[in-house]
Design a protein around this ligand. Structure first.
Ligand code: SF4
Ligand code: SF4
Length: 449
């Protein structure tokens, strides 16, 4: 006859075995063999414990101690504490797009912009000349060159370029300039979800969202002038499978594809708004007037983490972001405060910094004497590495515990991370146990080789 204590223990063991079995199935689907094997070991241990309780029995003191331990552990998992709010200071100075690595990489020594830029930033000349000597992104002489993959990525970037003229177009004449902001916002939200976005948010456009000067294209060097009042920020998902090969070729194939998907949706939104008689501009790859992660954070889509990217609640940084700015009235979704649990998890995690092949990511705390600051990576080190390997790397995104697929198992862990520091510590330990602190590179599939 099983008593109440033994019955309660068996209840928790059966629940844990059920969760473990789900984890194993999901891990197999996600091609995470190491995680599946390790969870099989945990499950076998739980089954042995359950069988021992039923068939052999255990001293009452042991059983009651184990039950108390389980109940205390469960209470800790459920309680919400240690999430004091965090604010990032609003940047006082606008960022100049001419300082972005892609803008600097496009400068050629025989053009005026080259001389003007390095007269303005002489400290960047040496590091920039160093990456200019390397083969470069999507170049044949790079470490991860693959004829088919690089050709596919180039083709996709060419398709993104075809969208560029559509980012800024004439607004349609309209006699009816009235708009119901609730209706328009709801329509946009539902429509773009149908188009395949992962998340969408709306915010007031603020001066620190804007670049000070244009760094790419024909208007290079012009001051950014954009008097739109609202911004629509959205994310599209990058494939977990493609990212798992990072820093090899599939990552650049995937990022180019998602730049294209995000760009297509952004120009659709901008054209939709212009058809209603309001100004709108799409901000897409290679043609930004705004800093997308800052806009997206203020629109409530996530929090900027250690690797300097927007961390969304369900996919982490495994997204691409695009923005549409407009003067059509919208209902904003800006959060009262940012999700401090992301910043606090990044404080202890550092997995992206450990795995970054170019040491571009800081191990430092986000908290300085001045308060919490946005982490900044060394774009020079990162981009120089890209020029050696030919892809846009993405190793930091791949190893990040937030980047796991959006499913029941990983969302349970994400939910735990939000609750308290003990869960965050535990989640990090579990991530390292199941997926490794430095996961090995995955060989490419045959069709990509
Ligand atoms: S890997 Fe860790 S430290 Fe880096 S962004 Fe992700 S959660 Fe933060
Ligand atoms: S993309 Fe690669 S090199 Fe750049 S920060 Fe991430 S891990 Fe480091």
């Amino acid at each position: 006859m099983i008593n109440v204590i033994t019955g309660s223990l068996l209840f928790f063991i059966v629940g844990s075995v059920f969760f473990s079995a789900l984890f194993i199935v999901y891990s197999m689907v996600e091609n995470e063999k190491k995680a599946a094997i390790r969870m099989i070991l945990v499950t076998v241990f739980l089954l042995i414990l359950g069988a021992a309780l039923i068939f052999v029995g255990a001293p009452f003191v042991f059983q009651i101690t184990l039950l108390v331990f389980i109940l205390v552990a469960l209470s800790v998992v459920l309680f919400r504490f240690g999430n004091k709010s965090i604010t990032f200071p609003v940047p006082k100075k606008q960022f100049d797009e001419r300082d972005v690595m892609f803008s600097r990489a496009a400068l050629k020594p025989d053009i005026k912009n080259f001389k003007d830029y390095y007269a303005m930033r002489p400290q960047n000349l040496q590091v920039d000349n160093a990456f200019r000597k390397l083969p470069g992104l999507l170049n044949a002489n790079t470490k991860y060159y693959n004829r088919y993959i690089f050709s596919a990525a180039n083709a996709t970037f060419s398709a993104v370029n075809l969208l560029q003229p559509l980012t800024e177009q004439k607004t349609q004449e309209s006699n009816d300039k009235s708009i119901n902001a609730d209706e328009a916002t709801l329509f946009l939200k539902k429509w773009v979800e149908k188009l395949g976005v992962h998340s969408v948010g709306f915010t007031h456009l603020q001066s620190h969202h804007l670049y000070s000067h244009i760094g790419r294209g024909k208007k290079y060097g012009d001051a950014v002038e954009l008097n739109h009042k609202f911004a629509i920020a959205f994310t599209v998902e990058m494939s977990h499978e493609s990212l798992s090969y990072a820093p090899q070729g599939p990552v650049v194939m995937e990022s180019s594809q998602q730049y294209l998907n995000a760009g297509t949706i952004a120009v659709q939104i901008a054209e939709f708004i212009r058809n209603l008689g309001f100004e709108a501009r799409a901000h897409i790859d290679a043609n930004y007037r705004v800093i997308c992660p800052l806009v997206a954070q203020d629109a409530g889509l996530g929090t900027i983490g250690r690797m300097g990217l927007l961390m969304t609640p369900k996919l982490g940084a495994r997204v691409r972001v695009a923005v549409v700015t407009t003067n059509m009235e919208l209902v904003t979704t800006s959060p009262k405060e940012i999700d401090s649990s992301v910043v606090r998890f990044c404080e202890i995690c550092k997995k992206c910094a450990v795995n970054c092949p170019s040491n571009a990511i800081s191990f430092n705390s986000g908290k300085t004497k001045l308060g919490w600051q946005l982490w900044k990576i060394s774009h020079e080190k990162c981009y120089t590495y890209w020029c050696k390997i030919g892809t846009d790397c993405g190793r930091c995104i791949t190893v990040c515990p937030y980047s796991h697929p959006n499913n029941f198992i990983h969302n349970t862990i994400r939910w735990m991370i939000k609750r308290n520091p003990v869960n965050r510590w535990l989640a990090l330990k579990l991530d390292n146990y199941f997926y490794g602190t430095k996961p090995a590179l995955i060989p490419l599939k045959k069709w990509t080789g």
